[in-house]
Ligand binder design. Sequence first.
Ligand code: NAD
Length: 285
Amino acid sequence: MARIGFIGLGNMGGPMARNLAKAGHDVTGFDLSAAAIAAAGVPAAASAAEAAAGRDVVITMLPAGQHVRDAWAAMDAAAGEALRLDCSTVDVETARAVAAGRRMLDAPVSGGTMGAENATLTFMVGGAEADFAEARPVLEAMGRTIVHCGGPGAGQAAKLCNNMLLAISMIGTCEAFALAEKLGLSHEALFEVASRSSGQCWSLSTYCPVPGPVPGSPANRGYAPGFATSLMLKDLGLSQQAAQASGAATPLGAAALGLYERFARAGGASRDFSGVIAMIREMDR
Ligand code: NAD
């Protein structure tokens, strides 16, 4: 079992750290927020450097790229030869910059807070093969699907490509239901057909944006998240930043970002991202 320092005990990091402790690892956490430390319920250190000192593995789970750069600058010396894992969602450039010259993996997740609680997260991992092999038992205590995507930054690249595709497919699904409504086609009929034919996608068949066909989807509970629009906006911003930096054309990714920005401005920021259907129904042609 590993000695693990865990920095960032928020909505995701708190339950992830608890699952590591539950699996028998020796976990010491740290967060700038005393409330987050109390809620996580793992032994805590007085600083990030103290939590990182003398550990086999040091993990960060922080809001954004600048937090990750700052946290590693503050504790890099203390972490010594530890294997470093950053599970936050950040830009590819930050992932590569903090990993340079270190034994470090970028390992962003999907699966949300339920996945963090239930240890069923998906990890998308970038970094050296040997480091990935060493990290695997630690990641297995927090997740179910663990994919090595390539070298440094590849985990973040996979995460932002996937979420850009998700945003586009959700908007497409919402447009299909909005058009069906105008044409007098029932939600159930469109679902029956599209979920079994070439329009099938996760946004339709697992996370349906209208109430009824998929009883567990946020549409059935007034679009309470789920996956909040503000979090989707963060990921779409990262994918557009990466597209610009790499010269990739992503016209639908750019359009999805614009539509979600508009939905957030209209009060949708804390609603589930599938709630964008209400805005699409009301848009002018
Ligand atoms: P959160 O805001 O709940 O938690 C972040 C924690 O980091 C906070 O408790 C904050 O006090 C702490 N923090 C910030 N700077 C710090 C520092 N320098 N040292 C120590 N602690 C510090 O956020 P979250 O929902 O847990 O998300 C964390 C990361 O996971 C983000 O990058 C997010 O994009 C990603 N993510 C979130 C979800 C989700 O559903 N919430 C899903 C997938 C990925």
